[in-house]
Design a protein around this ligand. Structure first.
Ligand code: AQP
Length: 331
């Protein structure tokens, strides 16, 4: 049977890219009664300078948002990464199985390290922590957005390296990634980049918690081009195509249908239509986010139950790892 693991950073609130690229897939897998573990990976959120009270709030907001999106804790194990200490321990062990050149070539590291003068070591090794996250639960499948492909490849390499050195123990995980253009949602302001929580320009990112007014404003200001009709051509017209893609995904229509129905509209009119569709799709989610946020005790309960389940799996894996490596005196 498949064992599915994925994570999401509580760096900010969840955005449309996270939702359409990853979280929605998780809920679909859940519907198929798959074995799923989802982690709010807070230790990944401290690799860049951060504000502690904001991080704490973001953890709860992320939990509320995941529940609002349909993650069902009675079926899916939902927990906060730092409540299971074994993540750091396996990370340390995997650090000795990877090399600096391999980490230095990863595109996300290259992109982010450019934005800081003194690069934190955490930013450099965070893909190893990500591999530990996956391996701790012996996950066989990892549903992520296409931006994560290289990180999954590192996790595969580390599982193989561990198995080769210490004996077969970890499955080599498979990424569940949709390779088509549609799985990558782009920044509204810079459609050459993916939509991102840590975007310097918040107007490029639609958050699931945004009000209808904020959504209208952001889509209105989305960067398009000098052609006024609507067509889908991600290479030549990334801005408009990104809107078409978002529109198709939130309405469940095909790209062709969306483009066909927009034939009479110019870009400004089309943006209004996309805003309406996004607002409509997010309305019930936004209401549920607020409902869950108003019940912090419920969130704490759900996350504690999730941590307990996750911890049991993680402890079993780590006992075996320590024994294989000859660490400590027991086992
Ligand atoms: N723009 C995107 N389009 C499609 N999928 C995306 N994902 C992120 N951005 C897009 C997917 O969302 C999942 C959770 O992402 P994450 O928060 O763990 O890490 P990230 O990829 O680093 O996301 P951000 O929003 O860009 O955060 P920052 O700015 O902090 O780096 C992942 O499966 C990811 O693929």
């Amino acid at each position: 049977p498949r064992k599915i693991f994925s994570g999401i950073q509580p760096t900010g609130s969840m955005h449309l890219g996270n939702y359409l690229g990853a979280v929605r897939k998780w809920t679909e897998l859940q519907k198929k009664r798959e074995n799923i573990t989802i982690s709010i990976v807070d230790m990944h959120s401290i690799t860049m300078p951060h504000n502690p009270p904001t991080l704490r709030d973001n953890i709860f907001t992320m939990a509320a948002t995941l529940l609002a999106c349909g993650i069902d804790p009675s079926h899916t194990t939902l927990f906060v990464q730092s409540s299971v200490m074994e993540h750091s321990e396996l990370n340390w062990i995997l650090n000795s199985l990877t090399t600096m050149p391999r980490l230095a070539q990863l595109p996300q590291f290259k992109e982010k390290s450019r934005t800081v003068r003194d690069v934190p070591l955490g930013l450099f090794v965070y893909p190893v922590l990500q591999a530990a996250d996956i391996m701790l639960y012996k996950a066989t499948h990892v549903p992520v957005g296409s931006d994560q492909l290289q990180h999954i490849q590192l996790a595969q390499h580390l599982a193989r390296a561990f198995n080769a050195r210490y004996g077969d123990m970890f499955p080599v995980c498979n990424a569940i990634i949709e390779e088509n253009d549609g799985s990558r949602i782009l920044s509204l302001r810079e459609p050459s980049k993916k939509m991102s929580k840590s975007d310097q320009n918040p107007k490029g990112t639609i958050n699931l918690s945004d009000s209808p007014e904020q959504i209208i404003e952001k889509i209105k200001k989305a960067l398009t081009d000098f052609t006024s009709d609507i067509s889908y051509n991600p290479g030549m017209r990334p801005g408009v195509s990104n809107l078409v893609n978002i529109h198709a995904q939130v309405t469940g229509q095909s790209i062709d249908t969306v483009v066909e129905e927009a034939k009479q509209l110019d870009t400004a009119q089309y943006k209004e239509r996309v805003s309406e569709a996004v607002i409509e799709h997010l309305r019930p989610i936004r209401e549920m986010i607020n409902k869950h946020l108003n019940n912090r005790n419920e969130l704490i309960y759900v996350l504690e139950m999730g941590s307990e389940k996750a911890r049991k799996m993680a402890q079993t894996t780590m006992a075996e790892v320590r024994q294989r490596l000859g660490l400590g005196i027991s086992g």
